[in-house]
Structures are given as C-alpha cells and as structure tokens.
Design a protein around this ligand. Structure first.
Ligand code: MG
Length: 392
C-alpha cells in the first residue's frame, strides 16, 4: 500500500509590492497567493485575481454551519489527487454564502494549488493530469495596455499602442488585443477609424481582438460600430455591452459580423452557461484564477464545444495565472489562445519575480507545452516573505 501525503495546510497570502511602472495598479500591486502544503512539506501554488482581502476571508473563515463551511476546514486532511471531488465538496458546502462571485474566485486559486501539488507529488505536469495535450503548443495573446486612456483623445493613444505592438512582436507574439477603452468624448466614428488604424498598425498576419471595456448601453450603437469594422478581421469584440445585459448581448450577437466576447467576470460554469444560452455569445473569457480553477474551466471548455463557442480565458496577473492558462489550453479543445501579460509591456515586480520561469520563450506566436512537475514553476520565497501583508 502506497503512502499518500494528505493536505496539512492551506494558506491565503495577500502579497503587495510597489506598483512602479505598472499602469493597472494604484499604490501597490496586490495578488492573493494560495499555498497548499502536504504532510511532507511539498506545496502547490495558485492565485486568485480579485479583491485580495475579501478573497482571503473566504479561505480563512471558520465553519459557520452545514452550508457555510470554511475552505481550509474542508481541505485539511484530504488528498490533493482528488481535486475535482474537493472542488465540488467546497461548492456544495458553501451554498449559504457562495455559489458565485468571491467564493468561486477564492476556490479558483485553491484549485490551481491542488492540481499543482498533485502534479508535484506524481512528478507530472498538470495538463497531463487533466487528461493530456490536445494541441502541440500553446498560443498566448498580448494585451496591449499603455495605461488609462479613458480621458484621452484617440490621437494621443495611437503612438504608445504602436510602440507596445512593436515590443510584443519583438517578443515573438503574433496575437494582440488592443484596448478601445475611450470615454464618451470619443465618438463611435472615431472608434471605427481607430479600429482601422489598429489593424494597419499590427499588419495582416497577426490575430487582432478589440476590448471595448463596456462602452455601450444600447446594443444598436454597438452593432452600428461592429458592422463598420468587419473588414479589419477582428477575432473578437470584448465587453461591448454592460456585463449583465445578456439579452442585449444576444441581440448584438445575432447581427454582429464579429464574434462577441463576454463573461470575463463570470464565476463558475452555471453563470457561463447563461452567457452561452441566453447571451448567445460565441466566445467566453472567464479566467482560470477567477472562474473556478482548472476543475471548473475544464468543464467550461467542454461546455463550449457543445455551443460551438471558444474559450479565451482572461489572465492579467502573475506568471502563476499565465502558466495555468497554458496548461488549460494544452488540455482543451476549445481554447485557441490565452491572454498573456508580458512583463515587457506591463512592468511589474510580481509579474517578473514571483515565480520562475516567469515567461516562456515565444517563437512565431507560439510557446512549447509547459513542463512539470505540476505547473512547472518555482516560487520566489524571498519575495513572498518580504511582501506578504501581515494582519490580513
Ligand atoms: Mg478584459
């Protein structure tokens, strides 16, 4: 009989580093690192992309009642190889306060850490534990983000976006998402011209997506623009309408010549199903660190196959989430590419130093399958010890 090392500890660490140069954070850049340690001292790591202190409370909280159990309480003493069963047990044992939102976001990081630990125990990469590679290599897409452009005129943004595209191309990337996050001062006609500019700037031989950042309240206005940018070969239009306007998304998707993306803030497969069924979108963007970890994202990936939809997971955090997305893509049929945060485009101590290797080598748009064991990452414990917030 073989000895199985059970779960001895589950930690949620709020890590805050100076946000120098990172356009997306305020004073500090924060993340929630989840560490699940077994009886032998071996540990797996995960990350939750959400509001850190709220998420941490979901993991730390003591059990309240039968339907409101704490995640740590549920996991200690259990076998990390049973990650799928443990996901379902946490889901069904936290109905009272969970089912959606923050509980699923917290469970996401825990689930990633469980799969990482299981992979380390077995000395195999996570994608093999998930069933094996469905593709020979993975494709990251770069989100170009030159900072907050909401109050800026289009002319001010064109140059920094082009510079970011050049850096990304230099890194080997061949798929890009351009932010179209302008405020109401910028007209829809200017958006059409900016979309044409974006295509001409990156060239014809790359994948291009546009992120509209919840620009429109009226699907007619969104449709007016999407129809006029059809010829620029846009892979998907992200977040055109308010997140919860599923009926608007369906109407837009019915007339749009471009895939309508959505569900980037959705948590769990039940919520994503609403997007596919009622929202009628053909591309969903829930992330592995927010929508349910590997366990739930694999279910979502399979569900997408039945709806003829693509899963292009959100990821804009550290190397943990990017690497987890690569494992997910490797093991899935419906994931054509995954969001990738390049530290060259978005300088960040967390992005470049929290784990190694922080970024894969990208050649002609693709990276090799990740190699294990587990996620195949080494945690920078010095950085964790230095920047973990005490008292949270
Ligand atoms: Mg987004």
């Amino acid at each position: 009989m073989s000895f199985r090392a059970m779960i001895a500890q589950v930690e949620a660490l709020v890590i805050a580093v100076p946000a120098e140069g990172n356009a997306f954070a305020e004073d500090d850049e924060e993340t929630v690192l989840v560490r699940v340690t077994d009886e032998n001292g071996l540990y797996g790591i995960g990350e939750c992309i959400t509001t850190p202190t709220v998420t941490k409370a979901m993991i730390d909280m003591p059990t309240v009642n039968f339907w409101s159990k704490g995640i740590r309480d549920l996991l200690i003493g259990e076998d990390p190889l049973e990650a799928v069963a443990l996901y379902d047990r946490v889901y069904h044992s936290s109905f009272y306060h969970g089912r959606r939102g923050t509980l699923i976001q917290a469970l996401s990081g825990v689930d990633i850490a469980l799969w990482d630990l299981a992979g380390k125990q077995l000395a195999e990469p996570v994608y093999k534990l998930l069933g094996g590679a469905r593709c020979p290599r993975v494709r990251p897409y770069a989100t170009l983000y030159p900072g907050d452009i909401y109050d800026q005129p289009v002319a001010e943004v064109a140059k920094p976006i082009r510079e970011q595209a050049e850096i990304a191309k230099d890194q080997g990337l061949r798929a890009f998402k351009v932010p179209v996050l302008f405020g109401p001062e910028v007209s829809d006609r200017e958006i059409v011209a900016f979309s044409e500019y974006s295509r001409s700037m990156v060239g014809d031989d790359v994948v291009l997506a546009l992120d509209f950042g919840y620009r429109w309240w009226d699907w007619y206005d969104a449709a007016w623009t999407l129809k006029r940018i059809e010829d620029y070969d846009i892979h998907f239009a992200e977040a055109p309408l308010r997140h919860d306007d599923l009926d608007g998304h369906r109407r837009l998707a019915e007339v749009s010549p471009i895939r309508v993306g959505g569900a980037e803030f959705a948590a769990g497969r039940w919520e994503v199903r609403e997007w596919l069924e009622r929202g009628g979108v053909s591309l969903v963007q829930p992330g592995v660190s927010r929508a349910g970890g590997f366990t739930e994202l694999m279910r979502i990936a399979e569900m997408c196959e039945m709806y003829g939809a693509q899963l292009v997971p959100h990821s804009y955090a550290t190397g943990i989430t990017d690497t987890a997305s690569f494992h997910l893509q490797a093991a899935s049929l419906t994931v054509p590419m995954v969001e990738f945060r390049s530290s060259r485009l978005s300088p960040s101590l967390l992005r470049s130093e929290l784990v190694s290797p922080a970024e894969p080598e990208i050649v002609d748009g693709y990276a090799a399958l990740p190699s294990g064991p587990g996620l195949g990452l080494e945690l920078n414990e010095d950085l964790v010890n230095k920047y973990t917030k005490v008292g949270y």
